[in-house]
Design a protein around this ligand. Structure first.
Ligand code: AMP
Length: 414
């Protein structure tokens, strides 16, 4: 913990850290989406001490990447559009700034957090209550499936933060039980679900009850078209945060070889002899073809494993790990394997069969941009594939060139 930037007042003596009840440290290994931070401390955000106490007593030592990106912007009052996965500290990334801004002397509802399902509401409200434990504010949860009367009673008290599913809170607003006319911030967590057909009209009505100058934060794994309409209509120059690694074709050079079906194996053999393959993945469009091709490649004298959906999970794991560890140079597979393609040693991907859709193409050869290695993608294209190739190029806005006589190793081999 660092020393700086805490508001000291009579409520917050200098030695507040000494009496913290910090839970036992979680020593499990963490993935990069949680550890790859810029090195901030929670104290860098000038948070009030009672909130900092809550944060540290949750066992949070330093902000996670999504928290580093979100907290300062949210504190500045900006609308936010964030793509982040569950399990990366997303919830606290919006709860911390919300809580910091609560004025406990004011009696009205100051923040609403909307989530699509009751279980998530429970979980979120538990985190909110723990974080705000030392703040002396009132957080309530209101969802369908519970007694309306109890919610009505609880709303007779001062409530600062409401965690809710959409239907129930709208009901309470319409009944004049919940007054949100001065609510300054609303979060839509799992916005893609919240803005699907089922909820859309409820959310629009709800937003209509809030003041004009409210702050809106959207958290979503994906932003489908329904979310885009909502953004255009309701958000003001939202600040975008994206922590999902997307597949990209950058760094990849893509070629096609125009062949007849019966020439494919011969063509592959030529590629093996000419290219400097560190490791390659070769895709076929069916399990049967995977088996056949793996056999052919072995007969040609090259080392090769194969993997497909008809194998047992145990065998699949074995093959995958062996390939990852470089135990074999080539792997033949069906589309089962496309999402795990970030094997660092792979510098050549070959579509022995061109995939049917551009999405599959992207998943087969695209990489999650971060690592930025160079690579080569080669497509064996038959007469019947020709329109498909054109369609893939168009849809992915990319260029797949005819294969030249020689391919410079600079394009794919470091
Ligand atoms: P979430 O993405 O909100 O579902 O959070 C995933 C898990 O990470 C929850 O158990 C949180 O309590 C925990 N968590 C959130 N922020 C931090 C942090 N800064 N340090 C350690 N754990 C955290």
């Amino acid at each position: 913990m660092s020393k700086k930037n805490t508001k000291n007042n009579e409520e917050n003596p200098e030695n507040w850290k000494e009496n913290l009840k910090i839970p036992k440290k979680d020593t499990r290994q963490r993935t990069v989406d949680v550890t790859e931070t810029e090195g901030h401390d929670f104290e860098d955000y000038y948070l009030q001490v009672p909130l900092l106490k809550g944060i540290f007593e949750m066992g949070y030592e330093k902000p996670s990447p999504v928290q580093e990106k979100t907290i300062p912007v949210a504190l500045a009052g900006k609308d936010i559009l964030a793509r982040a996965k569950n399990g990366t500290g997303k919830t606290a990334s919006y709860l911390i700034p919300i809580l910091e801004k609560i004025d406990k002397k004011k009696k009205h509802i100051q923040a609403i957090v909307l989530v699509p399902i009751r279980e998530l509401a429970m979980q979120t409200s538990q985190i909110c209550k723990k974080l705000s434990k030392h703040m002396g504010i009132n957080v309530i949860i209101t969802t369908g499936g519970t007694r309306l009367n109890e919610d009505i009673m609880r709303l007779e008290e001062t409530v600062h933060v409401v965690i809710a599913t959409p239907g129930r809170i709208l009901d309470l607003i319409k009944k004049n039980v919940a007054d949100v006319s001065k609510t300054s911030v609303i979060v839509l967590d799992e916005a893609d679900k919240l803005l699907s057909q089922n909820f859309q009209s409820t959310i629009s009505q709800l937003i209509g009850h809030l003041p004009q100058n409210r702050q809106i934060m959207l958290f979503s794994a994906t932003f489908p078209i329904t979310v885009k309409y909502f953004i255009q209509k309701h958000l003001k120059k939202p600040h975008e945060i994206n922590l999902m690694t997307e597949l990209t074709l950058s760094g990849l050079t893509q070629f096609y070889a125009f062949v007849e079906e019966r020439q494919k194996v011969h063509c592959l053999n030529t590629l093996f002899s000419k290219l400097q393959i560190n490791q390659s993945i070769i895709f076929c469009n069916s399990v049967k073809r995977v088996n056949l091709l793996a056999k052919k490649i072995t007969e040609l004298g090259y080392s090769c494993y194969y993997i497909h959906s008809k194998m047992s999970q145990e065998d699949r794991n074995k093959v995958f790990h062996a390939f990852r560890n470089g135990a074999t140079r080539n792997l033949v597979c069906s589309d089962l394997f496309t999402r795990g393609i970030d094997v660092p040693g792979v510098n050549v991907v070959i579509n022995f069969d061109l995939p049917k859709t551009s999405e599959t193409y992207l998943h087969r050869i695209g990489r999650s941009g971060r690592f930025g290695h160079l690579g080569l993608a080669i497509n064996l294209v038959t007469y019947t594939d020709r329109f498909n190739l054109y369609k893939i190029e168009k849809e992915l806005d990319t260029e797949i060139q005819p294969i030249p006589q020689t391919i410079s190793t600079k394009l794919y081999a470091d």
